[in-house]
Design a binder for this molecule. Structure first.
Ligand code: HEC
Length: 123
């Protein structure tokens, strides 16, 4: 009895907050496809790529690329020369992973506008 009454009293206050949370949640999904600190996409090489490739720079530098397999091969070898720790046994699979997820026929990367994001969430 007591609890039910309390719930009814509180509900009108909770409902708008819940609604707001739902709305901002779906806005965030539509407006920001990739975060500044976004993860690399899922897949067999996600863990290896995260370890090898996010040591020196954030994922965004990779997420924004649209490269051919030949170009990814060059890039992976260049990064390895610069110090990326890539197990030789993983090299080919890593190149496949990158050239599948970030090939020229993927839709263009949408850079996140930090100012825009702040405007949406500052309220
Ligand atoms: C030892 C540090 C280091 C590691 C590890 C590393 N990178 Fe880089 N990467 C750099 C630097 C330095 C740049 C160029 C400077 C910049 O733009 O920040 C760069 C730039 C890039 C670029 C931009 C295009 C280019 O070629 O300059 C891509 C794509 C890239 N890295 C992918 C990768 C991938 C994929 C891996 C994992 C296999 C990786 N990086 C691991 C240091 C590293």
């Amino acid at each position: 009895m007591f609890r039910k009454g309390m719930f009814r009293k509180m509900f009108p206050r909770i409902a708008p907050i819940a609604l707001l949370a739902l709305t901002t949640g779906s806005l965030a999904q539509k407006g920001t496809p990739a975060n500044v600190t976004a993860d690399l996409p899922g897949g067999a090489m996600q863990a290896q790529a995260t370890t090898a490739c996010l040591e020196c720079h954030e994922a965004r530098i990779i997420l924004q690329q649209r490269l051919s397999k030949a170009a990814w091969t060059k890039d992976v070898d260049k990064m390895t020369k610069w110090g990326a720790v890539v197990d030789p046994a993983d090299r080919d699979a890593l190149i496949d992973y990158l050239s599948t997820n970030f090939s020229p026929d993927r839709p263009a990367y949408e850079p996140q506008r930090t100012a825009d994001k702040n405007a949406k969430t500052s309220k």
